[in-house]
Design a protein around this ligand. Structure first.
Ligand code: C2E
Ligand code: CA
Ligand code: CA
Length: 849
């Protein structure tokens, strides 16, 4: 059509323009003269609607287009015109110029026209048309006004480039429209977040029209990193698919959220940590892994001294700082969190400042961790950006500091409790509780391990000989040396002189050798103090799977080692264990027997060799169980001695004797003398009570404590009681001697029981202030057939005489034995010949009460 127009006569153009073809509608077609006014040569009739002028008025006034173009838009028009002239014959257009209509009102139009040239290529006319775009412009204005008013950023993009950004979007980024329009979107995104955006752009290209909401960091014009939230969508606009996005500045929000998350993470980490050190470590870890910090420094504070306990930094730049020259020091005085929002403005700490800035650290927050008033730790966080923290966020960090402080205080309390509960106060190594906890942990791991239980041989002796204080020092020394030398093992003290080691060693013999060596090298005040021991070993899982079972088996194994003598080591053995288990069973039964008062007394008279008159009576214990069975001492006393239950039994016996003395004190006592009876005072009959030597110390304490006996009881008992003590192994003589003399001083009489079977030396008799010795029945029963034993009995009697000690022969069963004893000058005897042990009724008959 344009070609036709070009060649056509102007008049035929007029015909065409004035025809009904262009009578109405939103397009005005016109032909302009190329004169200064751009006079309308021809136009379609609807020009009246566009300009307000009638056709006549236009013709009469010779109105030109430039007459009605808004003055402000003329320049725009010319610029475009000039541009188009250079590229001749190209249709050119202006969008958005305003016409000032006859009545002064404004109409937005879009102009497009062609140059119509003559034969000599001179432009004679402009042929063009204009479209009313007022409505669109108004809408666009409205859109822009609205979008500039909303508090969110709005942008449009095509492919990977921005084509429109509202004021808020520009504000968020800090850029101007020129900076950003047609720039690549990706260049504004923080490098770490670029993949997220690239992925979305890719999806858009593939035709994905979903709504996406995501958070990314952008780089603002002043090179700050800012968190924004984007919601984007695809719209159809101006014939194209465009991306529209809403961008919100969530930097403060993210910081706050971040700080709060940090707070909760720290709290969680603190709850999970068991002690101060792991708490600090956990907190440090959270900062390390979660915050986007350039560095984290935790220092312990001791007065003015700062000691780094945890430091983490990009390029390890914090490793080279001098703790005397860092802003963290400020905190020691200020005692409040300190925030340095711009390190470059800092006046002091120039060396530190240089280092920080070189490592892209621009701000710093320092948090004091306090225990009450005292600052115990300082945590400082090194941050890349200036002015990073808002007031709200600082508050959260303050809270973080408070929480850690609280956690620390709590932990300290817990630790103190923990220490009390799990550590042995004497040696500082784990106690029985801790041992059990560890044992359970090891069992749960389900990997093999050895449980080695160590007992110091005759520690009781050491304690008694050198005093408790000295004993404690030895225990400390043992614990220290075991702990120090067995670095890869766990050492615990589970009882007085019992230690345990949980070990995953491959060769337990090596471990035992090392223990042996350690014990042989114990030194006290520079002096060697080698120790003897017993060791029991059990292995998990072969020997047991339950913690209590394992411990019990270990103890029983140790028991077996002990029985074998000093420095013996025993490994768990199922058969031996079974026999020991019987003992345990018995131990429980004895326990019940004590509770249920199942022990009764029987009595065996001690009579004069000369005339068979009663001089005393040995009180012997019997156990009458609930079924009425009488159980002999040989069956339960060895166990009761091992478990210590014998103490209670002996005390029971003494109490029962006390009751009897009370009952008999008011009664007349007639004893047999030859064929007649003779009345004697109760004091004339000594009551011999057996005591197990190991526990005399305890018995003495109990007698003295006044808890079980009144002063009056003791007075009565002293008058009537003789304690029989078996002589024992040489090592215990020392203690025994001391205790025997204590009993003597209290006013009790003492008999050495089973004399001749132990280690007693003559000097022992000389030193001890005893009243009787009881010649063991094996001698009495063999003395008539074995000359050597006869001689032995003879010399015992003679020596006793020299020391003024009375002799009592035990187990006299025959007349011949009694006759022989008479010859040898033995004072008294007891045995079946006169009477076996009898019960209380029979005994009362004997005394004829
Ligand atoms: P023991 O002190 O040597 O007691 C004497 C033991 O010899 C008693 O055994 C007694 O029944 C037994 N016996 C007495 N005369 C004869 C005899 O002619 N021939 C023979 N074969 N045996 C005779 P029992 O009562 O079984 O006591 C055994 C041991 O148990 C006692 O030996 C004593 O060491 C201990 N025992 C008994 N009662 C107590 C007690 O209350 N406390 C403590 N710690 N030990 C006790
Ligand atoms: Ca006895
Ligand atoms: Ca005896």
């Amino acid at each position: 059509m344009m070609d036709i127009l070009r060649q056509a006569e102007p008049f035929s153009v007029r015909e065409c323009m004035r025809s009904s073809l262009f009578a109405d509608g939103s397009v005005v077609v016109f032909l302009l003269k190329n004169n200064p006014k751009w006079e309308f040569e021809e136009f379609s009739p609807n020009i009246t609607r566009f300009t307000g002028y009638t056709q006549e008025e236009i013709e009469k006034k010779k109105l030109g287009l430039l007459d009605i173009i808004h003055p402000e838009d003329k320049e725009k028009l010319f610029k475009s015109f000039q541009q188009s002239r250079k590229e001749r014959e190209r249709m050119w257009s202006f969008s958005q110029v305003r016409l000032v209509r006859k009545d002064g009102s404004i109409l937005w139009v879009e102009l497009r026209f062609y140059f119509v040239n003559d034969a000599s290529n001179r432009t004679v006319y402009f042929l063009g048309y204009m479209v009313d775009i007022t409505k669109e412009i108004e809408e666009k204005n409205l859109f822009e006004t609205v979008t500039d008013l909303v508090p969110v950023g709005i942008y449009l993009y095509e492919d990977t480039k921005f084509i429109y950004l509202n004021k808020k979007a520009l504000d968020i980024s800090g850029y101007s429209e020129e900076d950003i329009k047609n720039a690549d979107i990706i260049s504004f995104i923080y490098p770490e977040d670029r993949p997220v955006v690239e992925e979305i752009l890719k999806k858009r290209r593939e035709g994905n029209r979903d709504v996406f909401t995501y958070r990314i960091r952008i780089i603002t014009k002043d090179e700050k990193i800012k968190w924004v939230q984007i919601t984007s969508k695809i719209i159809y606009y101006e014939g194209k698919h465009l991306g529209i996005g809403i961008v919100q500045d969530i930097d403060k929000l993210v910081q706050l959220e971040f700080a709060k998350e940090l707070l909760s993470k720290i709290n969680r980490a603190m709850i999970a940590s068991g002690d101060t050190f792991s708490l600090i470590e956990a907190v440090c870890d959270v900062f390390k892994n979660f915050g986007n910090f350039r560095g984290v420094l935790v220092c312990k504070v001791d007065g003015e001294k700062l000691t780094p306990v945890c430091r983490f930094s990009k390029n390890n730049f914090l490793d080279s700082i001098d703790c005397n020259e860092i802003p963290e020091r400020k905190i020691i005085r200020i005692r409040q969190p300190v925030y340095i929002s711009d390190i470059s403005r800092l006046k002091k700490f120039s060396k530190w400042k240089e280092l920080a800035l070189a490592n892209k650290v621009n701000s710093l927050i320092i948090l004091p961790i306090k225990d009450g008033k005292q600052i115990r730790f300082i945590i400082s966080l090194y941050i890349e950006e200036k002015n990073y923290f808002s007031k709200d966020v600082l508050e959260v960090f303050n809270e973080i500091a408070n929480d850690i402080s609280f956690g620390l205080r709590y932990m300290k309390k817990e630790e103190d409790l923990f220490l009390k509960e799990y550590y042995d106060s004497l040696t500082g190594i784990g106690n029985r509780n801790y041992f059990m906890n560890n044992l359970k942990k090891y069992i749960n791991k389900n990997r093999y391990f050895y449980l080695v239980i160590l007992d110091i041989y005759n520690f009781k002796y050491i304690n008694e000989k050198f005093g408790k204080e000295f004993g404690d020092r030895i225990l400390k020394e043992i614990a220290d040396n075991l702990d120090r030398n067995l670095k890869y093992e766990n050492v615990f003290r589970i009882g007085n002189d019992e230690f345990t080691i949980i070990s995953t060693t491959e060769d337990v013999y090596i471990l035992i050798d090392r223990i042996r060596e350690i014990l042989s090298k114990i030194k006290i005040e520079g002096r060697d103090f080698p120790l003897d021991y017993n060791i029991g070993v059990v292995k998990f899982p072969e020997d047991g799977k339950d913690p209590h079972e394992i411990v019990l088996k270990a103890e029983r194994t140790l028991e077996i080692a002990r029985k074998n003598g000093k420095n013996e080591v025993a490994f768990f053995d199922r058969e031996k264990y079974e026999s020991v288990r019987q003992t345990i069973h018995l131990e429980e039964k004895i326990e019940n027997a004590i509770k249920n008062d199942e022990f009764i007394l029987c009595f065996q008279p001690i009579v004069s060799v000369k005339d068979n008159t009663i001089k005393g009576v040995e009180v012997l214990v019997r156990w009458k169980d609930q079924k009425g069975n009488l159980i002999l001492p040989s069956e339960f006393i060895p166990v009761a001695e091992k478990t210590g239950q014998i103490k209670e039994i002996d005390m029971l016996v003494i109490k029962k004797v006390r009751e009897l003395l009370n009952r008999w004190s008011s009664k007349k006592i007639l004893i047999k003398k030859g064929k007649t009876r003779k009345e004697v005072p109760l004091e004339k009959i000594r009551f011999s009570v057996n005591l197990t030597p190991t526990y005399i110390g305890d018995i003495i304490s109990m007698l003295k404590s006044r808890q079980q006996f009144t002063e009056d009881d003791i007075k009565v008992l002293k008058k009537h009681l003789t304690f029989e003590l078996t002589e024992r192994q040489s090592l215990e003589i020392y203690t025994e001697k001391k205790n025997i003399n204590r009993l003597r001083r209290m006013g009790f009489k003492i008999a050495i029981d089973d004399f001749g079977t132990g280690y007693s030396s003559l000097s022992y008799l000389a030193e001890l202030n005893v009243n009787y010795i009881k010649i063991d029945m094996v001698f009495i029963q063999k003395m008539l057939t074995d000359k050597r034993i006869h001689r032995l009995v003879q010399s015992i009697i003679n020596i006793a005489k020299i020391f003024g000690i009375k002799t009592i022969a035990e187990g006299v069963e025959t007349y011949e034995q009694l006759q022989e004893l008479k010859k040898l000058g033995c004072n008294m005897y007891q045995g079946y010949y006169y009477s076996p042990p009898i019960n209380i009724d029979e005994f009362e008959k004997l005394l004829v009460l």
